[in-house]
Design a protein around this ligand. Sequence first.
Ligand code: EPZ
Length: 422
Amino acid sequence: MDSILVTGGGELRGEIPIAGAKNACLTLMPATLLSEEPLTLTNAPRLSDIKTMSALLESLGTEITSMQDGKVLTMSSHNIDNLTADYDIVRKMRASILVLGPMLARAGQAVVSLPGGCAIGARPVDLHLKVMRALGAEIELRDGYVHAKASHGLRGATIEFPFVSVGATENALLAATLAKGTTVLKHAAREPEIVDLAQCLIAMGAQIEGHGTSTIIIQGVDRLNGATHAVVTDRIELGTYMLAPAFTGGEVECLGGRIELLEAFCEKLDEAGISVEQTARGLKVKRSNAGIKGINVTTEPFPGFPTDLQAQMMALLCTATGTSMLEEKIFENRFMHAPELGRMGAQIDVNGGVAKVTGVERLRGAPVMATDLRASVSLILAGLGAEGETLVNRVYHLDRGYERVEEKLRSCGAKIERITGQ
Ligand code: EPZ
């Protein structure tokens, strides 16, 4: 297993290109199953999760051609000859459940392994199954697999989500495009990745309106065509790199960044004393001379503060002036970076879903362990500002969601290197 060694100190100056969104690409790729014609995605990120989704789709019969070093993916699903999404692949990535809706819509049946939980929580898929039942599918759970059947095809329905679920909204959107009649999704997720999926489906011939709001209406059509679609910029990678100069001083321009992807996050940056300027090429970020002030953060579904940026913000607030409160309202166990930051000298008291951070002068480098994707990168950010060396272990989590993180940070002056594990 690889590790990443960060030596703290030294300002960051330069520009960082932001890739296409992992969480958009993972829901765009299963859309290939809805059509017999080729779907081409451009601006795709080069990540291990994308390779895992490719392997899953190929196991179902999709032919995938990757060009431009993986930035362009052309997928042809004219011949789907396997309707079982196997545990071996699904257990590596929860987003695999997103093939359930398209397989049911395309072939009227699907056998999909239940994804395991993961470090940040149990992460059930009950809402995904509720959606498919509402659209007329028979669902049976057996031997750790979801056995789904819709012999007469899916039919439109009105579905009210009890709480916002990004994945369940995406599965519903994918399935409803080929259902007979009208589907109305109420209390739907509003994330930019949902909007991006809807725009791609519309380019394929789907009839969708209201995407980006809490109510999405889909008129089913008989078939979908191929299309070419550019994956939206990754707002979580963007927010992560926007924070980097706040740890070290200096100024970084995140290419491709747009404020509207992260308004709530940018408001909190302003409150903490970090300036953000929209330029023609992206977002230019630097901290004010007064340093970082403690703030309070609560994670919420879009357009609120993203849960996927909570760990990174917590790492920054460890050396803010004053006390900060972070409330995690999306996942039940998403503070595992706290004890690792504690090893670096941070003062963090976790009580259920609330973490109280008391700012200290500076963190000290230490060997730390990554437990999930976003915790991994928060430890690297902490290492940038810490005194001495920080060795972040188990970085396979990192490679799931961040392209070449050490190259991007080193290009701005960071002292960071990857140590290839045994
Ligand atoms: C997506 O996960 C993202 N993953 C997550 O990013 C992100 O943190 C999350 O949305 C929230 O924004 C992808 O897009 C691949 P949810 P998802 O359904 O769809 C519960 C990252 O770091 N729930 O919105 O799984 C669930 O347990 C990852 O890139 C149910 O109870 O999130 C959670 O507490 C981490 N039953 C809450 O709802 C269900 O059927 C929100 O989950 C589904 C979800």
